[in-house]
Design a protein. Structure first.
Length: 289
């Protein structure tokens, strides 16, 4: 009896010890399964092990709360999905802007100076003064019939004026619309329009007529028309536009009718200037849009 009671006590002792010893094992297996499940789904790890004390701590801290050991330099970054971002992810560089120029305001685009327009207006003023003062023989600088071997006349004639009103109006249009175009497209476009409408128009006028032609009505109409083409295209499509087409149309009509008041202004040059402005303005609109 005494032996049986001892065995029963030992059996009961082993039976009582079995659940208590199995709990840590069960907890460890559950933790490992949960860790494997999280890592298999791509989620962040549940913990990291401190190399000093062996404690399991959060992966989002930099120091161990038990022993104070430094775990990492900085906390990991999380992406938009809540996962730890990769270590080798390339950092996106912020767009850099050049240094502010003199007189430039932050947030406002710097506007270049209209050097080409200022040059053409200055040449027109000088040409008008030369005609009035007779300092040089201006007859060799204007178009009188076919130029022949005197090709420089088609380059100088657009800047010579024998009428003050003609000079004021033409130079005003060149200054305003040349400045607007140069700010929008640069000086090369202004130069091309002045050569096509001014020099080209007077060259053609000398070929088809026998009068004395000079002045920049063709250049003025070329600049004005090229500037108005984008707004005209928007107006035809019934969309909003920013320019003043009514005022531009009035100026275009006055400059186009200038040969009625100043015989040295050519009808042919005016037509060539309008055609050149429409063509180049349409090309620029197609390129930019």
């Amino acid at each position: 009896m005494e032996r049986i009671s001892r065995e029963s006590r030992a059996g009961s002792g082993r039976g009582a010890a079995t659940p208590s010893s199995a709990l840590p094992r069960l907890f460890e297996q559950s933790r490992r399964l949960l860790t494997l499940e999280v890592m298999s789904t791509g989620g962040p790890p549940l913990f990291v092990v401190c190399k000093n004390c062996g404690s399991e701590v959060s992966p989002y801290i930099t120091e161990c709360p038990y022993c104070g050991t430094r775990l990492r330099k900085r906390a990991p970054k999380l992406d938009r999905h809540g996962q730890i971002a990769g270590r080798h992810r390339h950092r996106q560089l912020a767009p850099s802007l050049p240094r502010l120029r003199r007189g430039e305001i932050p947030g406002i685009r710097h506007e270049s100076h209209p050097y080409a327009t200022a040059l053409f207006v200055s040449l027109g003023v000088i040409g008008a003064l030369l005609w009035r003062t007779n300092l040089i023989a201006t007859g060799n600088l204007v178009v009188l019939g076919p130029t022949g071997d005197r090709w420089w006349r088609v380059l100088s004639a657009p800047f010579i004026y024998d009428n003050t009103g003609y000079a004021v109006l033409a130079l005003l249009v060149i200054a305003v619309y040349g400045w607007l175009l140069e700010r929008r497209h640069g000086p090369v476009v202004v130069l091309a329009l002045v050569l096509a409408g001014g020099a080209g128009g007077l060259a053609l006028a000398g070929q088809v007529g026998t009068g004395l032609y000079m002045g920049g009505n063709g250049a003025a109409l070329a600049l004005l028309t090229a500037w108005a083409v984008p707004d005209l295209s928007l107006r035809l499509r019934r969309r909003e536009y920013e320019g003043d087409l009514i005022g531009t149309g009035v100026l275009a009509a006055v400059v186009a009718l200038m040969p009625l008041a100043a015989p040295s202004a050519s009808w042919v040059a005016a037509g060539v200037g309008i055609a050149a402005g429409l063509l180049l303005g349409w090309l620029l609109t197609r390129i930019h849009h």
